[in-house]
Design a protein around this ligand. Structure first.
Ligand SMILES: N[C@@H](CCC(=O)N[C@@H](CS)C(=O)NCC(=O)O)C(=O)O
Length: 209
């Protein structure tokens, strides 16, 4: 399998964590987002929206969308499971993950930022405020949704942690204070010590700059 990846993509980071948790071998192909490689026709043929990650299977079939890729990996190798056994906890873990993936992440995606700058004339300070506004509001909702023990939904990492840690990376990158989020900070401490999360960090990737 090949993962089309970019070290700083938080959506690809989610998939890297899942791959490491499952201890799977997946070849990595970096797609340099700042150089616009995601818009090359060759890559667009794999990802019609021109975004990473994309997973290419050994038979050539393609899966886009980080959460769909993670679902596939979980089906391919069920151990360790990526959701709690209890159905309510599993749904809550998925809800926390979706809050990040659907309500926070898309608002500050590169192509959204480029549109705000290019089509609507937003200045750098306005862009910074925009990013911080949505990340802070979204993470404060996630803070209320999780119950660290020590991971977001229990003793083992789940889809919620897989989505949360890359979003915390973005929060730190864009100077969003997490002081009011002690639960998120507790989850971050647990994940920081976990080998799969260590392996998947942006700075540990071969294309890191
Ligand atoms: N919902 C998608 C989001 C993927 C996504 O937005 N990826 C970003 C990087 S984190 C990207 O490739 N952006 C390129 C662009 O906006 O031009 C997923 O979960 O896979």
């Amino acid at each position: 399998m090949i993962l089309y990846d970019y070290y700083r993509s938080s959506a690809a980071y989610r998939v890297r964590i899942a791959i490491a948790l499952k201890n799977l071998f997946v070849e990595r192909r970096p797609v340099h987002l700042l150089r616009g490689e995601q818009r090359d026709p060759g890559y667009r043929a794999k990802s019609p929206l021109g975004i990473v990650p994309t997973l290419q299977l050994d038979d050539g079939r393609l899966i886009t969308q980080s959460l769909a890729i993670i679902d596939y990996l979980d089906a391919l190798k069920p151990e360790p499971p990526l959701l709690p056994k209890d159905p309510v906890l599993a749904a809550q873990a998925r809800a926390a993950a979706l809050t990040i993936a659907c309500e926070i992440h898309p608002l500050a995606n590169l192509r959204v930022i480029k549109a705000l700058q290019g089509e609507f004339g937003a200045r750098d300070d306005q862009i910074a405020a925009w990013r911080r506004r949505w990340i802070a509001e979204g993470l404060s909702a996630v803070e209320a949704l999780i119950a660290p023990a020590p991971f977001a939904f229990g003793a083992e990492p789940s889809l919620a942690d897989i989505c949360l840690i890359p979003q915390v990376y973005n929060a730190r990158r864009f100077d969003v204070s997490l002081e009011a989020c002690p639960r998120i900070l507790a989850v971050e401490s647990a994940c920081t010590a976990h080998p799969a999360f260590i392996e998947a960090r942006p700075e540990a990737q071969p294309d890191a700059e």
